[in-house]
Design a protein around this ligand. Structure first.
Ligand code: G3H
Ligand code: 13P
Ligand code: ZN
Length: 331
């Protein structure tokens, strides 16, 4: 069993100076795609599920898929993380399911849309830290807001993170990792003109808080070839644009350790399914399109594991259990 607290994976990434992709999942094929990519590249892995994913998979299925991933891959450190938790109720639910890490996104109110006051964010985040650390579970907080509205996650407005406030927030809440807003947004339409990120904020926040791994949401690159495949086979995604890999790598060099990716996986899956259905309209066995979809996502994830630098690091350390981590928090 190598289900580890996310803190261990990120602290090790900090020591090694590399980034770790956190890939969203909703079903078996996506989890298998990530684990196959991890096996091929010998990478530590962060699998994450949103509130929407918990609802879609009916919780219990996700729990057992996570356990299957770990059982099948004893040599890969895996953290199971709740993405964009919006209150104590879902945090408790995720920890009850066996997740080893949770995000409390207190930058937004409980509706997942309205930007919150700093005081609200500190208060809810501290409550989650106090609860989660009792179980050895890692906590990611967020300060600043991303753009893009995706199924209720995101305010639609970008408020970049203030470095002075970030340092105060980390001190007041005791979070293990901090998501910062540097100009990205969720989804496939991140920029209208040339992509621009506030990398200097990563550097500034990392300088003030060198022991806290920073998290970059909205990190899909929306590769041209994936969008072209979708459009070639009947899709309609004009002007889709993501974060160039060089910008992500620049952010990793300055202190980003967790890199959130969902959209690129969705693009890979959708393109592969569309291609099969358009080219071979006589097919109706789901395996005929789900298998290529799984392979397409695996290829995307494998490339990112290499590009983020996590490849080759799966065997660097002995996995810690939540019990081990509980003791570390108690001291
Ligand atoms: O941050 C948002 C992730 O892409 C998850 O999206 O809420 O549609 O599952 P979702
Ligand atoms: P993308 O939409 O860029 O893949 O971002 C995903 C994310 O931040 C999940 O929390
Ligand atoms: Zn996000």
């Amino acid at each position: 069993m190598s289900l580890v607290p996310m803190k261990q994976i990120l602290d090790e990434a900090m020591k090694g100076g590399y980034g770790v992709g956190a890939f969203n999942v909703n079903n078996m094929e996506q989890i298998q795609a990530i684990m196959e990519a991890a096996r091929r590249t010998a990478s530590p892995v962060i699998i994450q599920a949103s509130r929407g994913a918990l609802k879609y998979s009916n919780l219990i299925y996700l729990k057992h898929l996570m356990l299957a991933a770990v059982e099948e891959n004893p040599d890969v450190p895996v953290a199971m993380h709740l993405d964009h938790g919006n209150g104590l109720e879902v945090i408790k639910q995720a920890i009850g399911l066996g997740f080893t890490s949770v995000m409390i996104d207190g930058s937004l109110m409980e509706d997942g849309k309205t930007p919150s006051a700093y005081e609200y964010n500190v208060d809810i985040t501290k409550k989650v830290v106090d609860y989660a650390h009792r179980f050895g579970v890692t906590v990611e907080g967020e300060l600043g807001t991303l753009g893009g509205i995706e199924d209720g996650v995101g305010s639609g407005q970008i408020h970049l993170t203030d470095p002075t406030q970030a340092a105060a927030f980390i001190k007041a809440t005791g979070v293990d990792a901090l998501a910062i807003a540097i100009g990205t947004s969720h989804g496939a339409y991140k920029f209208k003109a040339a992509p621009a990120l506030a990398i200097h904020l990563v550097e500034d926040i990392h300088r003030r808080c060198p022991s806290i791994p920073l998290v970059m949401h909205g990190s899909s690159s929306v590769p041209r070839d994936l969008v072209d495949t979708i459009n070639r086979y009947g899709g309609n995604m004009p002007n889709a644009m993501g974060v160039p890999m060089e910008s992500i790598q620049a952010a990793i060099r300055k202190g980003v350790r967790k890199v959130n990716v969902d959209t690129d996986s969705r693009l890979a899956v959708t393109g592969a399914v569309r291609k099969v259905l358009v080219e071979t309209p006589e097919k109706f066995d789901p395996r005929d399109y789900l298998k290529p979809a799984r392979e397409a996502m695996m290829t995307v994830v494998e490339g990112k594991m290499k590009d983020f630098g996590q490849a080759g690091h799966a065997g660097d350390y002995k996995p810690l259990s939540l019990e081990n981590m509980k003791k570390i928090y108690e001291h």
